[in-house]
Design a protein around this ligand. Structure first.
Ligand SMILES: C[S@@+](CC[C@H](N)C(=O)[O-])C[C@H]1O[C@@H](n2cnc3c(N)ncnc32)[C@H](O)[C@@H]1O
Length: 345
């Protein structure tokens, strides 16, 4: 990602080139191809540079185009699509944000949530900060398959009535992952987001689907299933900044449940001050009501108690491209960014 305020044009082209060579290959050949062509297309880069800095990011522009109907195609067709729909692409980019709600991350959070419920001897009350549509607030309603390379452990909710088929979240494990025998009970769930997405709103659902990269049909399928589960009982989602909203929302959680505040892929959106404020709020919640804190974030924004950015004792190459899961500030696992792997420390 280029430095904010870099000279118009040059930084944006580099951003697309980086996305096309580092981020997209392996996940989306189509996005890799489109991004590299965009990087070499000065006319298009000049138009993208008319947007505010944080709106120029490749994933946002590509998702906006797909939201409006761009199909997987050779670049010249995509370029024609952009020319024909540029006003709508601009409007979508300016009004939307990258709010990918990756339900697969529940697989990497579940063992910690179950361990907290077991240690506390109480059901859970969950608050997710930066919740998007709140799909990660239903870890008790999804199915899981944990594969350690020699066997697969399966877990899931007890089938009940006419409930929708849950998504199956598949996760490779390594190390002594404390897999539970059953799903923890969740008695209350709520989230905070600057812009909560509504699983009952077709436009929001279409945007969530557009945020998934074109070739990743298995992620789209589990997203659809998770949305069907969430629609049965939509979560309480509060609009606003997580630092502003957290104390009051935590006050609403039932006192007899074990409160867990968690987040994934959110801290990168906060300034260093915002992250420090959040740490202080979490310390207060831990003291005042024994709240647990699960942080599942990328290597550059990992939160430690002293405020530094990486775990000093850990070889940084283990974290590259992965997330680190922390429980109350202590590292417990390296996780795949979409929940595809859980490497217990
Ligand atoms: C990449 S999405 C991740 C969503 C979800 N945590 C997940 O793992 O699927 C990041 C979310 O954080 C939200 N967000 C960013 N900054 C925030 C803030 N200061 N307060 C509340 N939400 C915020 C964004 O609106 C977005 O929905």
């Amino acid at each position: 990602m280029p430095a904010a305020g870099s000279a118009a044009g040059s930084g944006t082209a580099e951003w697309y080139r980086h996305f096309g060579t580092v981020d997209a290959p392996g996940s989306s050949p189509c996005y890799a191809d489109w991004s590299l062509h965009v990087a070499d297309d000065p006319g298009l880069i000049a138009r993208i540079d008319e947007w505010p800095y944080n709106k120029r990011q490749p994933l946002l522009m590509l998702a906006a185009a797909r939201f409006l109907g761009a199909q997987v195609s050779p670049y010249p067709e995509f370029r024609t699509f952009l020319d024909e729909h540029w006003d709508a692409v601009s409007r979508t980019v300016l009004s939307r944000a990258t709010q990918t709600n990756e339900v697969g991350r529940c697989a990497t959070l579940l063992p910690s949530l179950a361990a907290i419920a077991a240690a506390e001897g109480r059901p859970l009350a969950l608050i997710e900060v930066g919740a998007s549509a709140g799909l990660a607030l239903f870890p008790d309603r999804y199915s899981y398959e944990y594969d350690d390379g020699s066997s697969v452990a399966r877990l899931g909710p007890v089938p009940f009535g006419e409930l929708p088929e849950p998504p199956v979240l598949r996760c490779r494990t390594a190390g002594p992952v404390p897999l539970p025998d059953s799903l923890p009970e969740v008695v209350w769930r709520a989230g905070i987001d600057l812009n909560p997405l509504d699983v009952r709103n077709p436009d929001d659902v279409a945007w969530l689907e557009a945020l998934i990269w074109p070739e990743q049909e298995f992620r789209r399928e589990r997203l659809r299933r998770a949305i069907a589960v969430a629609r049965e009982d939509p979560p309480l989602l509060v609009a606003g900044d997580l630092n502003e909203q957290l104390p009051a929302l935590a006050g609403q959680a039932p006192a007899d449940a074990a409160l867990v505040v968690f987040h994934s892929a959110v801290m990168g959106y906060l300034s260093a001050d915002g992250r420090a404020r959040f740490r202080t709020a979490m310390q207060a919640l831990a003291q005042d009501r024994g709240c647990h804190w699960l942080s599942n974030e990328g290597e550059t924004v990992i939160i430690q108690q002293d405020g530094s950015a990486v775990v000093p004792e850990m070889d940084p190459s283990r974290l590259r491209g992965n997330f680190l899961l922390l429980h109350n500030g202590g590292p417990v696992a390296i996780t795949g960014p979409h929940g595809q792997s859980l490497d217990w420390l």
